[in-house]
Write a protein that binds this ligand. Structure first.
Ligand SMILES: *Cc1c(COP(=O)(O)O)cnc(C)c1O
Length: 381
């Protein structure tokens, strides 16, 4: 039997997802950047780079991974609320296409570092649209109270200083309202805000040459078989119909979860069944170190027994990992066919924010990934 746990990636589904995405943006001036933080598995990055997407990176390390995987530097955007001087220098030296800026101080530092390198930076301002993403509070980013984006106070100040910044040019605006968004009215609200802010940008800064609307399209964690491909049609349609910009302005997107989440699952073995008066526990050999989302956000992931045999009775289990934390629990009172030691459980929708969030905590080694496609079978240690 295979060593468990391991991540299993269905590359056929990933290809199908990318084809659906690409058919939606064909013939438009939309450009999609893959959010590397969702999954930085080398083969997955290479596959996505080969499909012609750009990359959205949030650290110098991610920029390096993206370049190594074959993304073109001009199609890399660099975001993040706390970029270090070293990361900014690295981005400038490698000519990344755009830097998304979130504070006045950061903009001054970029101007100075670009001056030292005798170069010129193209930047976009991350603005906080104050749009409610109607999602989990820990993954909402576009509300006034969140740490992200340039504040209006600093925006005012920037307008005064901008003419003195000789090593950068502000070419556009960037937004990102949150993650796991399934209600398309959120994107309609975002478009309305953008339509209001675009003339302000033009008046205060200059011509709008770049718009980045972020990512955050959600997926169906409850029915991954029924809905393996997210609602790209509804998502892009919202922007096609609601944005009222000069059609020559390119619109950039940064999608992570919606591209990779459903193609991955985590396969793990039942180590022990423990019974109590109240309930049964199934103790797995994978834990929060391999899939952090339930512990971090109370996230739900569908779980199934892998053998697929029909069984009559089902039982309630608390499905827990081996890590010394009470939050190391994948679900409480989960109805599953009878489990016994050695059974394999597949935890679905683990292609995004699982492997990339894995931890060494409790002395855990990084687990392998298996990439499956009908064309070839790749195993990586
Ligand atoms: C995380 C993040 C994304 C990707 O979010 P998804 O929900 O995975 O699509 C895009 N843009 C920014 C700025 C982010 O922080």
């Amino acid at each position: 039997m295979k060593q468990t746990p391991y991540y299993f990636y269905d590359l056929d589904l990933l290809n199908e997802t990318l084809n659906c995405l690409k058919s939606n943006i064909k013939g438009t001036n939309f450009k999609v950047h893959y959010a590397v933080k969702a999954n930085n598995n080398t083969e997955i990055l290479q596959l996505i780079a080969n499909e012609g997407l750009g990359a959205d990176c949030v650290s110098g390390g991610e920029i390096r991974w993206a370049l190594e995987a074959g993304f073109h530097s001009s199609e890399i955007v660099f975001a993040g609320v706390g970029k270090t001087d070293e990361e900014i220098t690295y981005a400038l030296e490698n000519n990344v296409g755009m830097i998304h800026c979130e504070s006045l101080q950061e903009i001054l530092v970029i101007n100075e570092l670009a001056g030292e390198l005798n170069t010129f930076a193209n930047i976009a301002l991350r603005l906080n649209p104050n749009v409610n993403p109607l999602t989990h509070e820990k993954i909402s980013t576009g509300l006034k109270e969140n740490k992200f984006g340039l504040t209006s106070l600093e925006f005012e100040e920037l307008i005064g200083i901008y003419p003195t910044l000789s090593n950068l040019r502000i070419v556009g605006m960037h937004f990102h309202v949150g993650s796991q968004i399934q209600d398309m009215s959120v994107y309609v609200d975002l478009c309305d805000r953008i339509n209001e802010l675009a003339p302000v940008f033009t008046t205060c800064i200059g011509p709008l040459e770049y718009l980045n609307v972020g990512g955050g399209l959600g997926i169906d964690y409850f029915e991954p078989e029924e809905n393996p491909i997210p609602d790209f049609d509804g998502y892009f349609e919202a922007f096609k119909t609601c944005l009222e910009l000069d059609p020559s302005v390119p619109v950039h997107f940064e999608l992570g979860r919606s591209i990779v989440a459903q193609c991955g699952s985590l396969h793990t073995k039942v180590l022990y069944i423990k019974r109590s008066e109240e309930k049964n526990f199934a103790v797995l050999d994978a834990g929060m170190t391999e899939l952090l989302r339930p512990a971090l956000y109370n996230a739900y992931h569908k779980m199934e027994r892998l053998d697929g045999l029909e069984t009559g009775e089902e039982f309630l289990y608390d499905i827990v990992g081996p890590i010394c934390e009470s939050s190391d629990c994948f679900g409480k009172d989960i109805l599953l066919p009878e489990l016994k030691r050695g059974d394999i459980i597949t935890i679905r929708s683990c292609g995004a924010y699982a492997e990339s969030m894995s931890l060494n905590y409790n002395g855990r080694e990084k687990v392998p990934s298996i990439l499956h496609s009908t064309l070839n079978l790749v195993e990586k240690g």
